[in-house]
Design a protein around this ligand. Structure first.
Ligand code: XLS
Ligand code: NI
Ligand code: NI
Length: 444
């Protein structure tokens, strides 16, 4: 059974093409520096947004035209979704996908029943992966949809819920391993709180760490070598999520001696919900050697929730790819389109165009970032801005070869009006960024 009959393989037709079902910028084999675009970008499709979701929102019924969901039987539906998923990825040239357990297999009345469904579906997924060469970027477990997780999973006040979460994650890691998944993600789901009036924050956070100890122990036991990733988000669905942003996750990991076991999966829209730019979160993770993978989407700054839109903003994709290149790439992570089309974009063609938009936007971002880094213009400005730390007083500070007394002594001789700091040159830098962006567009 095929679902995207209107679509041939999506090809690169260049910036002049007005074909909405072709790439203007993404050219899988094009070399940017030493790697191809496909190797740099490692695009991934999010199973939940692209296959499972139906467009319903708190105000309205499903809108999406998703013919694979028209089967009565839930296992038939799951199998049809696999067909649709691999057809879509193959036609788009997307080499990776990500899923939650419940996206690929229906939940049963018991954990045993759910596990059996998942095992069956994993076999089918594996066959499809072998036939197409498409790989699993990461697996994860949905610990937030079922009502038992209403107060959290590992941070639930009910120990039985902690145990159910453990059972689900155990299975999801086994399946991720079976499918050769390169990473495994923990997004906080409902690990957080609505009000401190009913919350033992200390026990909840200790339990979250205990949960991670159990996971690490089991992963080692079964030889799962994928990278564990934590995905920060400040709010939604709970008012306050424990994994608020990169800095709070890092503090948590350090407190519980877990730092070496995880990296971060950074989502653009979660960064902006936390009051940061996407680039801030990527930079923070990178300089702490924690940048693992990216959920590539964008939010709407006028809306206070996670709109999970396909990325289109070229400034943001350029600055994101700047961090990714400076990080030496993302592998074994990648760019996962944790993005959904708008409720009104209900046709299958919209789903294809969403992915094309995202892939083109990141391809262009990659070219701009590469050109920026090659030119060294930003690096030169930054290094001259901090050059006082390369000699004399500054190198004493950097080499940690001074004392508060010595600095006080030295500073006493300064005339404050004679201390000059270079201009921050923000406008000049913004113009440089524009020049690379527009230059890259004009050179097409
Ligand atoms: C929700 C998260 C979720 C994770 C996977 O906001 O982005 O989709 O990526 O559980
Ligand atoms: Ni995400
Ligand atoms: Ni999100």
């Amino acid at each position: 059974m095929t679902y995207f009959d209107f679509l041939e393989t999506v090809e690169f037709e260049g910036p002049g093409s007005k074909n909405p079902l072709a790439f203007n910028y993404y050219q899988a084999d094009k070399k940017i520096g030493k790697k191809t675009m496909a190797e740099h970008l490692r695009f991934s499709m999010a199973y939940w947004h692209s296959l499972t979701e139906d467009g319903s929102d708190p105000f309205g019924n499903p809108t999406m035209d998703r013919p694979w969901n028209n089967y009565q039987d839930s296992m038939d539906r799951a199998e049809a979704k696999v067909e649709a998923a691999f057809e879509l990825m193959s036609k788009l040239g997307i080499n990776y996908f990500c899923f939650h357990d419940v996206d690929v297999a229906p939940e049963g009345a018991t954990i045993k029943e759910s596990n059996e469904n998942l095992e069956k579906m994993a076999e089918l997924l594996k066959k499809k992966m072998e036939a197409t060469g498409i790989k699993l970027l990461w697996g994860t477990s949905n610990l937030f949809s079922h009502p038992i997780y209403m107060h959290g999973a590992a941070t639930s006040p009910q120990a039985k819920v902690f145990a159910c979460a453990a059972a689900k994650v155990k299975k999801a890691i086994e399946v991720t391993k079976y499918l050769g998944g390169e990473n495994y993600v923990f997004w906080g789901g409902r690990e957080g709180y609505e009000t401190l009036l009913n919350t033992n924050m200390k026990l909840e956070q200790d339990n979250l760490a205990r949960f991670f100890y159990l996971v690490i122990e089991y992963a080692e036991k079964i030889g799962f070598n994928g990278q564990f990733l934590i995905e920060p988000k400040p709010k939604e669905p709970t008012k306050h999520q424990y994994d608020f942003d990169c800095a709070s996750v890092l503090a948590f990991l350090r407190k519980y001696d877990l730092e070496g076991y995880f990296k971060l999966n950074i989502e653009a829209n979660h960064a902006t919900l936390a009051g940061h730019t996407f680039q801030h979160e990527l930079r923070y993770a990178r300089i702490n050697d924690m940048l693992g993978s990216v959920d590539a989407n964008q939010g709407d700054l006028l809306l206070g929730w996670d709109t999970d839109q396909f990325p289109s903003n070229l400034y943001n994709t350029s600055l994101a790819m700047y961090e990714v290149l400076k990080n030496g790439g993302l592998a074994p992570g990648g760019l996962n389109f944790d993005a959904k089309v708008r409720r009104g974009s209900y046709q299958l063609q919209d789903l294809v165009q969403g992915h094309i938009l995202g892939m083109d936007s990141f391809a262009k971002g990659l070219e701009v970032a590469h050109s920026l880094i090659n030119s060294q213009e930003i690096e030169d400005l930054i290094s001259s801005r901090y050059k006082s730390y390369q000699e004399g007083l500054g190198s004493k500070i950097v080499e940690e070869n001074t004392s508060l007394e010595e600095l006080a002594e030295i500073a006493q001789s300064f005339k404050l009006s004679e201390i000059k700091t270079n201009s921050g040159s923000q406008e000049k830098l913004e113009a440089i960024l524009n020049r690379h962006l527009l230059g890259s567009l004009n050179s097409d």
